[in-house]
Design a protein around this ligand. Structure first.
Ligand code: HEC
Length: 420
């Protein structure tokens, strides 16, 4: 697995830290104003990059992804159905049907049930002074910040989006905070608010000063530092993110597309289920495909097997390169396990359950057991070739010889075999 990820994160931090500074413009009251009545769209024509082909024959098997479920709610605090979550300096803020609930070190720190329907939330640079704010968008599309006393304060006017029905908000690097409605995306930089992209949009992503929006047939990416807008035609686009290097990653149905050289979108992977949610957290872009989690990092696609997410789960970035998974059930938090595991631990996590369910009836150790003995890691490691032939390639003798063996399980065995 990828040890180099730590280095990539450092590089990304470095790139972020020395990006171009925008000169402050006009108005130094610190209060943002909507100065961008002319959308960038209607200015110089954006680069329209040719539509990609259908991706052709793409890999359908990803490298195995191991995730650890992170405990964040030791005291089992009721959170209700959570619509949005943010992390800010060790405190997680959950916005949902029970209002806002703040957890710190696994326990309830504070709550505010004044508003119980929410659309979005983010940790963003404060408009005035230094530090960060936790802001959240209610069901009417109004933007509130959480004050130090945990009361809500309406801040839409401070960001120049008071009249906008906001659906999505994110910090996109530097001082850039993006606010999207059903029809357009505006970016506030602490001084001004510019209307930069025209929708309609169904999903957004932001990172490294880039803001991306997708509608059903196209993807737009704005470089907030230069104002350059690019558009790709991509029928069926579903989810989008900007990776740690500032490159576009976008899905259309089950296919994952990545911005390659010269800005050309390249298909890199075809998942078995549509990709429905995508975010960047640290060095990885995380996505949901069916009930599994996937990552894209350093040109490599990895996917879990057996994570069993709720259907239609959505992702939100968490601190420490982790990811929040939101659904109608309780929120979950995961971290990628980056290769500190022994081969045997990996086998126990991935293949032992397969063995127990599908092989143990016959391939047990000792008297009456069919050889090879597959009850241990050693048994599997010593028979890799034969397992590949019989289980993955389904060559005689095909294993298991009878009964159901779902295709996902064959794929899981394939992924395990590929790890070495
Ligand atoms: C119903 C009993 C049964 C089950 C269940 C079963 N096997 Fe087998 N397996 C056999 C028998 C019988 C043979 C010997 C077949 C032969 O040599 O023709 C065999 C042989 C094999 C071999 C050696 C193949 C070769 O090239 O000689 C492998 C590897 C193997 N099984 C793997 C598995 C795996 C992995 C599973 C579970 C996913 C599994 N088997 C489930 C009965 C079973």
């Amino acid at each position: 697995m990828t040890r180099a990820i730590g280095r990539l994160a450092t590089l990304a931090a470095l790139l972020g830290a020395c990006g171009p500074m925008e000169p402050p413009v006009g108005n130094d009251s610190g209060v943002a104003m909507d100065t961008g009545t002319t959308p960038v769209d209607s200015g110089p024509p954006p680069d329209v990059v040719l539509p990609p082909s259908d991706g052709g024959v793409l890999p359908t098997v990803a490298a195995p992804l191991f995730v650890r479920s992170i405990t964040f709610n030791n005291m089992m605090v009721m959170l209700g159905t959570v619509a949005a979550v943010t992390d800010n300096a060790g405190t997680s803020a959950f916005f949902g049907s029970m209002g806002m609930r703040l957890l710190r070190s696994g326990a309830l720190l504070a709550s505010n049930a004044e508003i119980t329907t929410w659309r979005a939330a983010a940790t963003v640079p404060a408009v005035l002074g230094t530090g960060t704010w936790t802001i959240a968008v209610d069901a009417m599309g109004r933007v509130h910040r959480v004050r130090p006393d945990n009361l809500f304060e309406f801040v839409g006017d401070r960001y120049g989006v008071a009249g906008m029905s906001v659906r999505w908000v994110a910090h996109g690097g530097m001082n850039y905070v993006g606010f999207a409605s059903d029809t357009h995306l505006s970016i506030a930089d602490g001084m001004n608010t510019r209307r930069v992209m025209e929708g309609p949009f169904t999903a957004f992503g932001a990172s490294n000063n880039f803001f991306a929006g997708v509608s059903t047939d196209r993807v737009k990416v704005l470089d907030a530092a230069t104002g350059r807008l690019r558009t790709w035609n991509l029928p069926g686009a579903t989810a989008v993110a900007v990776d740690a290097m500032g490159k576009l990653v976008v899905s259309a149905g089950p296919v994952l597309w990545v911005e390659g050289a010269e800005g050309v979108l390249q298909g890199v992977f075809r998942a078995s289920a549509p990709i429905t949610s995508m975010i960047r957290s640290g060095p990885r872009v995380w996505f949901v495909s069916g009930r599994e989690l996937g990552t894209y990092a350093m040109g490599r696609v990895s996917m879990t097997s057996n994570t069993m997410l709720e259907m239609n789960s959505t992702l939100s970035p968490a601190s420490m390169d982790e990811v929040w998974v939101l659904s109608r059930a309780a929120p979950r938090r995961y971290a990628a396990d980056t290769g500190t595991q022994t081969p045997e631990a990996i086998w126990r996590a991935t293949m032992q359950p397969v063995y127990a369910t599908y092989c143990a009836d016959c391939h047990f150790p000792g008297m009456g057991g069919q050889l090879p003995d597959l009850s241990t890691y050693m048994g599997w490691d010593a028979n890799r070739m034969r397992i590949r032939n019989s289980v993955v390639n389904m060559m005689a003798p095909v294993m298991p010889p009878r009964g159901m063996f779902p295709m996902e399980q064959r794929t899981a065995v394939d992924m395990w075999l590929m790890m070495r």
